[in-house]
Design a binder for this molecule. Structure first.
Ligand SMILES: Cc1cc2nc3c(=O)[nH]c(=O)nc-3n(C[C@H](O)[C@H](O)[C@H](O)COP(=O)(O)OP(=O)(O)OC[C@H]3O[C@@H](n4cnc5c(N)ncnc54)[C@H](O)[C@@H]3O)c2cc1C
Length: 468
């Protein structure tokens, strides 16, 4: 794809110990879903922004394309290489600053999300971004995909948690945008091009992240609800009656819960009643003492209004963890099922969720009565992971060949409800071609104009997010 001389020039721009030996390539060429096998002539792991800048300048000069990688946990094929040079930020791990008084920390982007949470916690501060892959996903990856997760309802997604950024542009220039300002009205807010940009405009090397006070008390409940309509009403009531102390509100379809319990026999069903949907709701307070009473009041009202059929409140940290484990194991349980899985990560306005679930279920089951619909997700953000496994004893090859058809049908329903075909996982390769057909043409053209202007040679993560 690129000449040996061009690759040699890029390699020469890196420190010798930043060049990964071939026997260390494998984890960078396999992605989580196993759908996009990678291929690369060279993997570089620079340890500083300056070194990365030299590498990018050499790649630009010699016309070599780059695929940025973080923890490689992305679900849309955004970090998979097809002959390009892979640049991983995993050795860029400095903690540049932590300011508990200013409620900020400045981290290089090779630090994992879990480590970032720990760095904040050491100062009795909260970095609220939390996703299932947080032990491996790193700051660069979560910012580049604008990750969401389980605390968006209260704190927003990755985009809302960034004050400043440092990034290396495709031609090697460094953008020094690491300010910790909460007010800065000096024109276009360029950081938002890189956040959610999926590595198509440059490589994020450091970020100033917002911190919050650590909650002192959590109350977590798992609730059986009679319908998706009841879950929406419960969400609204819980937000109102708890005075904004609701931190997470996750919905789980009965098929999802059953699949997890089947795949992980150590977990047990925590309720006495079965229901079509379950809600995992977590409330958090900055003060100890009165939260449980508040939550009991919310639930009492919900039982009276028949919004809840059954429920349990975790009475210890280990019980809280057990309830979350059911939810967190959803993706892993699907991976363990032998059937390939359609993964539709979609969002609709919250009030439209029941209509979405009903219409999508009808459409899917009409196409394949044996399809197993595993619907779950961050209901408080209008985000449903509408995943579909093939019939239990069906032919996996046949199912795989039909998966795109099912995904399109689900997306038709989403678009008819003014929703988005990607809520939090991004576009990558998976949804690139579909994006063009679903997004406003003027918006697509503006995106292409930005891409051409920042990356005129088309060298940054080509083939991902958009074709220029
Ligand atoms: C089990 C599991 C659970 C998940 N749960 C959630 C969830 O709840 N919410 C959610 O939003 N997502 C979730 N995800 C998907 C999510 O997108 C990723 O886990 C995470 O955001 C990606 O981080 P990463 O470091 O692994 O990035 P990678 O996979 O390495 O890269 C992702 C994209 O970002 C680009 N990129 C990486 N680093 C940089 C950088 N420094 N500069 C520029 N571009 C870069 C890559 O080129 C690629 O396009 C989950 C994934 C898994 C496997």
């Amino acid at each position: 794809m690129f000449s040996a001389e061009a690759i040699a020039a890029v390699r020469a721009a890196a420190e010798p110990k930043s060049v990964l030996p071939e026997d260390a390539h494998a984890p960078h060429l396999e992605e989580w879903r196993g759908r996009w096998p990678g291929e690369t002539p060279l993997i570089l792991a620079p340890s500083s922004t300056e070194e990365l800048s030299r590498i990018m300048a050499a790649a630009y000069e010699h016309g070599v394309a780059i695929v940025p990688q973080g923890g490689n946990t992305g679900l849309v094929g955004g970090g998979a290489a097809k002959g390009e040079v892979i640049v991983t930020t995993k050795r860029m791990r400095a903690v540049r600053d932590v300011s508990p008084e200013g409620f900020t920390m400045t981290l290089e982007t090779g630090i994992t999300l879990q480590e970032a949470q720990g760095i904040a916690a050491e100062q009795d501060r909260l970095f609220p971004l939390s996703i299932g892959a947080e032990g491996t996903a790193n700051i660069g990856g979560v910012l580049s995909t604008n990750a969401g997760g389980v605390h968006v309802l209260r704190y927003g997604n990755a985009r809302d948690l960034v004050l400043g950024l440092e990034a290396v542009l495709p031609d090697g220039r460094i953008w020094h945008g690491l300010n910790a300002l909460r007010k800065n009205n000096t024109g276009y807010d360029l950081k938002h091009l890189f956040i959610g940009g999926e590595g198509t405009l440059g490589i994020i090397t450091a970020a100033v992240l917002k911190l919050y006070p650590q909650p002192k008390e959590h109350v977590t409940a798992m609730l059986a609800v009679p319908s998706a309509e009841a879950a929406v009403a419960l969400l609204s009531s819980a937000q109102e009656r708890s005075g904004g102390q609701l931190g997470s509100f996750e919905i789980m379809g009965d098929c999802m819960v059953e699949l997890v319990l089947d795949q992980f026999p150590d977990l047990s069903y925590p309720l006495e009643t079965k229901a079509p949907y379950y809600v995992l709701a977590e409330f958090a307070s900055g003060q100890k003492g009165s939260l449980r009473e508040v939550v009991e009041g919310v639930l009492e009202n919900a039982f009276e209004r028949e919004l809840v059929l059954d429920g349990t409140i975790a009475s210890s940290d280990s019980q809280r963890e057990q309830l979350w484990t059911i939810r967190h194991n959803a993706s892993e349980a699907m991976k363990l099922d032998p059937s390939p899985c359609v993964k539709a990560d979609v969002s609709v306005p919250i009030a439209a969720i029941p209509g979405f679930l009903q219409q999508a279920d009808e459409a899917v089951l009409q196409m394949e009565p044996g399809a197993r619909i595993i619907a779950f997700g961050h209901m408080g953000d209008g985000n449903i992971h509408y995943d579909i496994l093939g019939p239990k004893d069906g032919d996996h090859g046949v199912w795989r060949s039909r998966m795109a058809e099912f995904e399109h049908r689900v997306h038709d329903v989403v678009v008819s409800l003014d929703g988005s075909i990607s809520a939090e996982h991004g576009i990558g390769q998976l949804k690139r071609d579909e994006l063009v057909t679903r997004k406003d043409p003027v918006e697509m053209e503006l995106m292409r104009t930005i891409k051409r202007s920042l990356d005129p040679k088309g060298l940054m993560n080509p083939g991902k997010l958009l074709e220029v």
